[in-house]
Design a protein around this ligand. Sequence first.
Ligand SMILES: C[S@@+](CC[C@H](N)C(=O)[O-])C[C@H]1O[C@@H](n2cnc3c(N)ncnc32)[C@H](O)[C@@H]1O
Length: 207
Amino acid sequence: MEDCYQGFDPAAYLQTNYTPPLADLERKDSTVPWKLACLHRAFTEGDVSGELLVDIGSGPTLYQVMSGCDVFNKVLLTDFLEVNRQELRSWLQDEGGCSLDWTPYLQHVCKLEGRLLWPLMSFLTVGADCLLSCYCLESVSPDLAASTRALGHIGRLLWPRGHLLLIGTLGMSYYLGAPGVKIPTVPVNEAQVCASLKESGYTLIRL
Ligand SMILES: C[S@@+](CC[C@H](N)C(=O)[O-])C[C@H]1O[C@@H](n2cnc3c(N)ncnc32)[C@H](O)[C@@H]1O
């Protein structure tokens, strides 16, 4: 899997997956507003809150932690690739040269939350109240067994009774990390996701 990721291009990934036509904040049938609404609900309707939120495999994206920033004091973004970590630093530290301006996403999330301003994130390490991981485990594992093991590993970062929020695609066998760079994905179904969670010691609250 490490070799597969050498061709990952943050700019191309953002362009394909987080700008129109695939990702359109104005269109109700686009997955992006749906994902933001799911995350907003997850972070506001239940008891998912605390000191530290850790996002596993953040990639070059920030949309996934925008609602969580409000209910956690600290947010830790993580990724395997330095190019992705640099992309995130560029935007967060306003260094210029970033491939996507997340402001429209922030504005969308602020609208969902019914407010105008967005608090700044800060960063720390381990002992998480909540783990978040979007499109990561199934796309960094060679098979279902490895993806289930990864679920168990990341769970060790979590305090007892902490929460795990996952977003992924069912039945997907690859995605494009850059034009022509196919990164293989474990094509899981719903029952397999549930079984992996159970095997790794999680209790499923909502699917
Ligand atoms: C499909 S992307 C998901 C990016 C982002 N979370 C999103 O929602 O678009 C998968 C990410 O996992 C990262 N990754 C690969 N191997 C990893 C590992 N062992 N641990 C954490 N992240 C890893 C890749 O660099 C890539 O950014």
